[in-house]
Design a protein around this ligand. Sequence first.
Ligand SMILES: [Zn+2]
Length: 322
Amino acid sequence: MPRTYASVDLGGTNIKAVVADEAGVIVGSQSIPTLSYEGPDKVLDRVAALVVALAQQVGHAPEALGMAVPGLVDLQHGVTKFLPNLPTQWRDVPVREHLEPHVGCPVYVLNDVRTATLGELTFGHGRAGGTMVFLALGTGIGGGVVIDGRLRLGPLGSAGELGHQTILPDGPICGCGSRGCLETLASGPAIAAEGVRLLLSGLAPRLYELTEGQPSRVTTREMAAAAAAGDENVRHAIVRAAGFLGIGVANLVVALHPDLVVLGGGVAGIGDLLFETVRQTVHQRVQVFPAGDVAIRPSLLGDGAGALGGIALAMCGGQLGQ
Ligand SMILES: [Zn+2]
């Protein structure tokens, strides 16, 4: 039996656990509701039970567990510092200390988007090495930066919060407290909000058909379909948001001249219209050096980046980028 590693992705709604081998081949997986209102202790008890059950199912104890959490973490001690979207915000919760006696292996804890970046680095496009920027475009916009093959964490593990670069100086207020962050302009909710406005204004007939006129059904996926079906206003809304994203990517290209920019998360599912707009914007905005060699690509791992990132975290034993 080859060595196996476990990964847990703690989300606001679900906890996903996988067990995989060293090649990143998943041999077992399971998902349970987070029930975050129960508080950290009970949630962690269920995480432990989930990992133990998966190990029994696979018939092999994991060598280590990598756990992704939505917020700030003390990586060295495996303690959560601030998970803004969970009740009590998990301040100073000793996750490693809580889990290790139950799961019987070392536990490493990292921010979820940095974990996804590590997944893309280890098992996805990043395998080619070099410098990579990863943007997770979803309800928020998270990111991660790999410099010369090594994940950049910074002293607080917060390096790579790429969704909170200022794009519009006096733009909408952001959850982080600033204004006009990329996240306020190109996240799923930001794009969908404009879709809802167009729907309710009678300016998006195809979107109206696709959603049966129900604002709650407007997502970036529906908007992409409506744009493809001929809704010019919806197309314009997507291009505008993708243009802001392109400015954000252009800023990163100027700062790092990466080999690769990877766009993941649900918003990246808009597809060609988004990617072509980002590429064009980068081409227009980066004039100071030729940036045509910077590849801008969808995530190779898709939804699996987080789970495989946890496996990569477990495999490297918290020695990130070594
Ligand atoms: Zn912000």
